[in-house]
Design a protein around this ligand. Structure first.
Ligand code: NAD
Ligand code: UDX
Length: 478
């Protein structure tokens, strides 16, 4: 019999758990939604009166939080209470790449998922449907099921507890999460138990049309998520690889993208050359796929997918190198403006952002970076670069080691004064309005603008006297 779900608990109030549950609460006013996290600070940020200070920045999220919070959407650290009173528990915790031990550098670290499964086994009452929302290696559902069955039975009062496990991977992309959640291309539900599948299906039916809700077996669902990310990342590495050929042959990557994207078999989306893909998912999920392939002895398949990550790393260092080369082979004592630090526009997330490696490379070469980003905070940049922000402005004194440094600025009006170069790394809309003719008067001469996102029309810089480099633009060769 289909269980009518009255209460949901989501473990993990991060970039996926927060927005996903906010949309479920908004679309299903008859369901009580609890989002729990062990991180007290994060939960208090979700409960912040000032909704402009939520821990996740996503266009449209603030409005939903204002509407649903403390009505049918609650953020809490009370994991035990929320799990024990819920009919359905989503696991939406982090699954980063393992740092040590077997599979280090490739396999997913499942310690957070395992901890969740144990919490659910310990606290739940009656029948609970457990939904994998985290991206997981194929056959993780089996592990979760084992833990639930064994730990669930361990406790004396638990012998009446039963569980179903479903896979329901999330395909949202950051910066567009609310739109992706409200209008998904598809919702994927993998599982064995028809009633459990129908219960989750019923929730999505509140706003997603029937034909977009796909049912598969649980292993296909887990693998489809890894595959989707691998295919998407592969497109970015493919187009970035061609951008390098464009620059050496006189071709233009925008023209090549348009030409190949008009083939309906290829399609026009996800063909923008950039500084290399970032984000918390692509690299980790491909490496996880590579690990699975190696584990099953499919070494050629593993090598094929690993190439996508190798190309991405190469492409990022290619950009750093060409900046150094264009600035006469040395960045020592040169002031370089970094425009954008998040891994893409419209998010405050910096995980695996290409900006991290590129900034590290430039600092290593002695540059004095001034980093701007409309949403990323300076504390996050310090963590990502593993380097404290330079405090006082005595950049040129006694720097015998030729060490570079960085400072943060949120003032686009004055940032360009005395700069030798500006590098666009994130496609924030506001950067397309910079008046380069005006700024060229404030910059050093000669100065460079490097546009890794094709954000600027070359005509806009024509009269500025600035040197201009654009990703995949081979016009110098024409
Ligand atoms: P995140 O790091 O933003 O959030 C995870 C949260 O889980 C953290 O706040 C952490 O404190 C909490 N947590 C971990 N273990 C816990 C426990 N035992 N009890 C309570 N809370 C716990 O991660 P995210 O970006 O939201 O990603 C979550 C999962 O979704 C990952 O598997 C990821 O691969 C997948 N995913 C992410 C995206 C994305 O765009 N970020 C998209 C699709 C899928
Ligand atoms: C990705 C998947 O798109 C999403 O389905 C999955 O659920 C999570 O991983 P996300 O990482 O949030 O989403 O962003 P995405 O838009 O995919 O961009 C990833 C990276 O690729 C970014 O650094 C972005 O700038 C880059 N990118 C994307 C390009 O360089 N060119 C493009 O054409 C598209």
């Amino acid at each position: 019999m289909v269980n009518k779900i009255k209460q949901i608990c989501c473990i993990g109030a991060g970039y996926v758990g927060g927005p996903t549950m906010a949309v479920i609460a908004d679309k299903c006013p008859h369901i009580n939604v609890f989002v729990v996290d062990k991180n007290k600070d994060k939960i208090s940020q979700w409960n912040n009166e000032d909704t402009s200070r939520l821990p996740v920045y996503e266009p449209g999220l603030e409005k939903i939080i204002k509407k649903c919070r403390n009505k049918n959407l609650t953020f809490s650290t009370e994991i035990e209470t929320c799990v024990s009173t819920s009919d359905m528990v989503f696991i939406s915790v982090n699954t980063p790449t393992k740092k040590r031990g077997f599979g280090a550098g490739k396999a997913s670290d499942l310690k957070w998922v395992e901890a969740c499964a144990r919490q659910v086994a310990q606290y739940s009452k009656g029948h609970t449907i457990v939904v994998e929302k985290s991206t997981l290696p194929v056959r993780t559902a089996e592990v979760i099921k084992n833990i639930l069955d064994i730990d669930g039975k361990d406790s004396k009062i638990k012998n009446t507890c039963t569980f179903n496990v479903l896979s329901n991977p999330e395909f949202l992309s950051e910066g567009n999460a609310i739109n992706d959640l409200e209008n998904p291309d598809r919702v994927l539900i993998g599982g064995e138990d028809k009633d459990a599948i129908d219960s989750l299906h019923e929730i999505y039916r509140n706003w997603v049309s029937e034909e977009k809700i796909l049912h598969t077996n649980i292993w296909s669902s887990e693998l489809a998520k890894l595959t989707a990310n691998a295919f998407l990342a592969q497109r970015i590495s493919s187009i970035n690889s061609i951008s390098a050929i464009c620059e050496t042959t006189g071709a233009d990557i925008r023209e090549v993208s348009r030409a190949i994207g008009s083939d309906s078999r290829i399609g026009s989306k996800f063909l923008d050359a950039g500084p290399g893909f970032g984000g918390s998912c692509f690299k980790k999920d491909i490496l996880n796929l590579v690990y699975l392939c190696e584990f099953f002895g499919l070494n050629e398949v593993a090598n094929f997918w690993e190439g996508v990550v190798t190309l991405n790393n190469w492409h990022q260092s290619r950009i750093s190198e060409l900046i150094v080369k264009k600035l006469y082979g040395t960045l020592s004592e040169k002031k370089i403006i970094i425009l954008g630090f998040s891994f893409k526009a419209n998010t405050n997330d910096t995980r695996e952002s290409a900006a991290i490696q590129i900034c590290k490379d430039l600092i290593e070469e002695g540059a004095q970076l001034i980093i701007h980003d409309p949403k990323v905070e300076r504390e996050q940049i310090a963590l990502d670069l593993g380097l404290e922000e330079k405090k006082e402005n005595n950049a040129y004194s006694d720097n015998y080691d030729n060490l570079g440094n960085w400072t943060f600025s949120n003032n686009l009006e004055t940032i360009f004064n005395g700069a030798h170069a500006a590098v666009i790394l994130t496609e924030w809309n506001e950067y397309s309005f910079i008046d380069w003719e005006k700024e060229s008067l404030n910059m050093n001469s000669p100065a460079w603008v490097f546009d890794s996102r094709s954000l600027l029309a070359p005509e806009k810089l024509e009269d500025s006297g600035l040197n201009f480099w654009r990703v995949g633009d081979g016009s110098e060769k024409k």
